[in-house]
Design a protein around this ligand. Structure first.
Ligand SMILES: C[S@@+](CC[C@H](N)C(=O)[O-])C[C@H]1O[C@@H](n2cnc3c(N)ncnc32)[C@H](O)[C@@H]1O
Length: 316
């Protein structure tokens, strides 16, 4: 097995097991064990016929190229994940211990989702709040928790992936039909949240903008567009709730280093690699936009979980 295929197998294996923080040691051990398995299968004699059945012809970690030989939209990777990669995980795991129903079930577990929701949302967002915006809802696990806890609330949910939004609409059909959950696709313009807030009559009155387990994949140049929208559309005192990848945490550092073999060949391609920040960077940039960090949490030793409060609007 070529080194790249081995690494890709390891990465897929890590993803399948929902191991959220692969270490260098883990990658090396799995690569060695896969190499041993391969040697045993092939035996010491002349190479025999290739193993059957052949590995699936799915190029992992990047979406296929579009008709012009390039990926057309950033969201295509996430469409690819929903349409092609997730169904494979479901099939494989159906014979094992875990069965995943919705894309996103494979990341973390119920205890982590509940704990992060209870601490970051329930403790910081007032019970009378009604206007929420979510970025990267995926199939809606946090949208559902918000709409369950805030019975009079509406969530405007923004995602780059049309496939994910279709799943969201299916999973949360009654809430979408009631108008309590409003899905919006993010295209190329950075002011989508502002424009939507205007249309909904929420401009400057949003209670909470949140994004969980999604902005770990988004670089600061892009993320700052969302933070600027938050500073313009939240009410003063409104909350920005988010998790981002922290390269200065133990788990973050391990992942940063452990992902080198997988990510290096993918430079410039659309893929789910992490984009790294640090608490200091987040605090300083948000401070300039008028936010103060109200609370921080550590649920997985890798990401920086924060609740920021809008104190003043930035001067345009
Ligand atoms: C790992 S999933 C998490 C989904 C959901 N928040 C959850 O916890 O199950 C990442 C989500 O973020 C979306 N996403 C990725 N990059 C994004 C971006 N730049 N802007 C908005 N959404 C993005 C993906 O399409 C996907 O829905």
């Amino acid at each position: 097995m070529a080194l790249r295929e081995t690494i890709v197998e390891v990465a897929k294996d890590v993803a399948r097991r929902a191991v959220r923080v692969p270490t260098v040691q883990h990658l090396i051990e799995r690569a060695e064990s896969l190499a041993n398995e391969e040697r045993n299968r092939m035996g010491p004699a002349e190479p025999v016929a290739p193993p059957s059945p052949p590995p699936p012809a799915v190029e992992p970690l990047t979406a296929p190229l579009g008709q012009h030989g390039k990926q057309e939209r950033y969201g295509e990777y996430w469409d690819f994940y929903v349409d092609r990669e997730f169904p494979e995980l479901v099939q494989r795991d159906a014979s094992g211990n875990t069965v995943f129903t919705w894309p996103g079930d494979e990341w973390g577990d119920e205890q982590y989702w509940r704990q992060s929701f209870d601490k970051m949302f329930k403790q910081h967002v007032p019970p009378e709040s009604t206007r929420f915006a979510e970025i990267g809802p995926g199939s809606g696990k946090y949208s559902l928790m918000v709409l369950e806890a805030w019975k009079n609330a509406t969530v405007a949910a923004f995602d780059v992936s049309r496939s994910y939004l279709k799943v969201l609409e299916k999973r949360c059909a009654p809430l979408v039909a009631d108008g309590r959950l409003r899905p919006f696709v993010i295209e190329d313009r950075p002011d989508i949240i502002d424009r939507t807030a205007e249309q909904l009559g929420w401009a400057g009155e949003l209670d909470c903008l949140y994004s969980m387990d999604a902005m770990v994949h988004v670089d600061l140049q892009y993320l700052v567009a969302y933070w600027l929208s938050a500073a313009r559309t939240l009410r003063i005192g409104g909350k920005l709730i988010m998790s981002v990848a922290d390269a200065t945490s133990d788990g973050g550092f391990n992942k940063l280093v452990g992902d080198v073999p997988v990510c290096f060949p993918l430079q410039g391609k659309m893929c789910p690699k992490f984009e790294w920040l640090s608490p200091q960077l987040v605090e300083q940039v948000l401070g300039r936009l008028g936010f103060v960090i109200e609370a921080t949490y550590n649920f997985n030793h890798r990401d920086f979980f924060f609740v920021a409060r809008l104190e003043r609007r930035p001067t345009p």
